[in-house]
Design a protein around this ligand. Structure first.
Ligand code: NAI
Length: 390
């Protein structure tokens, strides 16, 4: 049973994870090298708690209980009595390894040492430890208290016991767990790539402009935000870096190729909401273009992006990155997709998916549009992802 939790790094993710663990009843020590970051985290938590009381979501006893479960510490040594530690510091392998090595000198033999990394391999971080079998990836989504999904990533060194304990703990914290293989982007950051990449490609080919593509995906697909709105929300710099990292990590598989449009936007400082300008203008009274509401065009755009997303999800299953259930849960609970992509494939029909992908492949003759072997096999065998004929 995990009772004492140590969190390393009190930034966006660390402070959110601390709130989740403290709400679930764990005692949490939140550590950061920066006193300013610790103070900021403490103030932010108090503000969030007060807002939850105002909204009637929790009472003041609950607020006090959660707040008193967290202490703010400026020495890593203080995390020595933790049952579980989760690291959420800067995304640098070198620094993470140094911190893990130091931490292992303070904690007990049974302590789980986890990383919240988005892009580094768990195997590479675990290799820093004397006992790498205790290391696991526990990947939350931003904001951690609100997003239901947590990806749990065992590396080739992780013991089965540590994996099971980690999964059980995260479930006790009220989260939905998707277990993912230690591969680039895990589930969500891999499967979501075409939402951005294919939309950018459609724009670059001159098929439609940003608002029309956004409108097509929202109105026909039921996505809460269109891809360009979402990239502006995430930040074009951040989103571009994830794409580039995944592309490199997949040995330059053309399916993940980044887009010049997004690179130029990032280079120009058109980062999105945070800079006031991205694909859209966020300054007051800005005159943003409106979509061309052409239904046939919208269907063309939506089908193309959706089938590329389905192909990516199917391929993740083909390569055993996660189970079909976990792949679908990851996308609905991690990035709020209106439906799981494999369930969506069943609904559209596997034949439809294969035909659409083959049409794209025949049009472009690019490896980017190759149909995942699993889809073609399922088509030939008349199978679906979820019903009993599978
Ligand atoms: P952040 O920049 O908000 O916070 C990082 C914190 O770590 C800072 O307060 C910094 O002072 C502290 N820190 C840096 N080096 C340290 C060290 N050696 N020892 C102790 N504290 C140290 O970063 P953020 O966004 O919270 O990301 C943290 C980790 O979580 C990264 O690995 C990132 O890839 C991952 N992540 C980020 C997500 C996001 O949307 N921001 C989503 C999921 C994972």
């Amino acid at each position: 049973m995990i009772k004492k939790v140590g969190i390393i790094g009190s930034g966006t993710m660390g402070s959110g994870i601390a709130q989740v663990a403290a709400t679930a009843g764990c005692t949490v020590k939140l550590y950061d090298t920066s006193t300013e970051a610790l103070q900021k985290a403490e103030l932010a938590l108090k503000k969030i708690m007060s807002r939850l009381v105002e909204k009637g979501r929790i009472d003041s006893d609950e607020k006090n209980r959660i707040e008193s479960n967290i202490s703010y510490v400026n020495s890593l040594k203080e995390l020595g009595d933790s049952d579980l530690t989760i690291e959420a510091i800067v995304e640098s392998l070198k620094i993470k390894k140094q911190v893990f090595q130091e931490l292992e000198g303070y904690v007990s033999k049974r302590t789980i040492i986890a990383s919240n990394t988005s892009s580094l391999s768990i195997a590479s971080i675990a290799a820093a430890l004397d006992k790498p079998s205790r290391c696991v990836g526990i990947h939350f989504f931003n904001p951690a208290p609100l997003m239901k999904l947590v990806e749990v990533i065992p590396s080739i060194q992780t013991s089965e016991k540590i994996l099971q304990q980690s999964v059980a703990t995260i479930k006790e914290w009220g989260k939905t767990v998707a277990v993912a293989k230690d591969t680039p982007g895990f589930i969500v950051n891999r499967v979501a790539r075409p939402f951005y990449g294919e939309s950018l490609r459609i724009y670059e080919e001159g098929i439609a402009d940003f608002p029309t593509i956004d409108w097509a995906l929202k109105s026909l697909g039921g996505f809460r935000m269109g891809p360009f709105e979402l990239m502006d929300f995430i930040g074009n710099d951040v989103n571009y870096t994830v794409t580039e990292t995944v592309f490199e990590a997949f040995y330059y598989d053309p399916r993940y190729k980044p887009s010049f449009t997004q690179k130029r936007f990032a280079e120009a400082g058109y980062l999105g909401r945070k800079s006031g300008k991205g694909y859209y203008d966020y300054t007051t009274d800005a005159d943003n273009p409106t979509p061309t509401e052409d239904v046939a065009l919208a269907h063309h755009i939506f089908d193309r992006v959706l089938v590329m997303l389905i192909n990516e999800a199917a391929d993740a299953l083909f390569w055993n990155i996660a189970s079909a259930e976990d792949i679908d849960n990851a996308m609905t609970k991690g990035v709020n997709y209106p439906k799981g992509l494999l369930a969506w494939a069943d609904e559209k029909g596997i034949d439809w998916c294969v035909e659409k992908l083959d049409d794209l492949y025949n049009e472009y003759h690019e490896d980017r549009y190759r149909c995942s072997p699993i889809l073609r096999k399922m088509k030939n065998e008349g199978k679906t992802f979820f019903n009993e004929t599978n």
